[in-house]
Design a protein around this ligand. Structure first.
Ligand code: AR6
Length: 171
């Protein structure tokens, strides 16, 4: 039920892809830039509506929009923690990104969901620690919600991340 793919998350035909956004929800670089570029302006338009309603998205929270022109049905935008050395609740916030996104997915009856390696790019979270936490958090969510989801995919852009996840999932 948990899979690893190395590649571009914007190509996936799943119910939802997760975006590693920032609190403004107005787009940025990395996977956020790739999703907005490939999905078109409809995603940003819905992000602006959410901003007007709730003033953006706090780290650890998640919101949902259309996926525009992407092959996925929906985009779930979450905001990871910026890594400050590990003493500023980065782990709690990152775990919350995964659980919040999965909760949004099940609330919307979305069964297949793909995650990028949240916070491990510009936000600087150490890759190994992030991968360990992501796998633990998703496994425990699936145990607590055994019939809610069909597939969770970790989409790794880089080979080192893909290797980390493959090793963790073998354990
Ligand atoms: N598909 C899958 N993964 C990707 C793709 C892609 N197309 N492009 C990049 N990645 P980052 P963060 C990987 O920096 O650290 C943005 O500006 C990338 O290699 O995108 O959470 C936002 O607006 C890395 O492994 O996200 C925020 O300001 C992972 O996605 C800030 O960056 C996450 O890297 C968020 O930083």
């Amino acid at each position: 039920m948990i899979e690893v793919i190395q590649g571009d998350i914007t190509r996936l035909e799943v119910d939802a892809i997760v975006n590693a956004a920032n609190s403004s929800l107005l787009g940025g670089g990395g996977v956020d830039g790739a999703i907005h570029r490939a999905g078109g302006s409809a995603i940003l338009e819905e992000c602006k509506v959410i901003r007007a309603l709730q003033g953006g998205c706090m780290p650890g929270q998640a919101v949902i929009t259309t996926a525009g022109k992407l092959p996925a049905q929906k985009v779930i935008h979450t905001v990871g923690p910026v890594w400050h050395g590990g003493q500023q609740q980065e782990a709690e916030t990152l775990a919350s990104c995964y659980t919040s996104s999965l909760n949004v997915a099940i609330q919307n009856n979305l069964k297949t969901i793909a995650f990028p390696n949240i916070s491990t790019g510009v936000y600087g979270y150490p890759k190994k620690e992030a991968a360990t936490l992501a796998v633990e958090t998703v496994r425990s969510f699936i145990n607590q919600h055994p019939d809610a989801l069909e597939q969770v995919i970790f989409v790794c852009f880089e080979a080192d991340n893909a290797a980390l996840y493959r090793k963790l999932l073998e354990e």
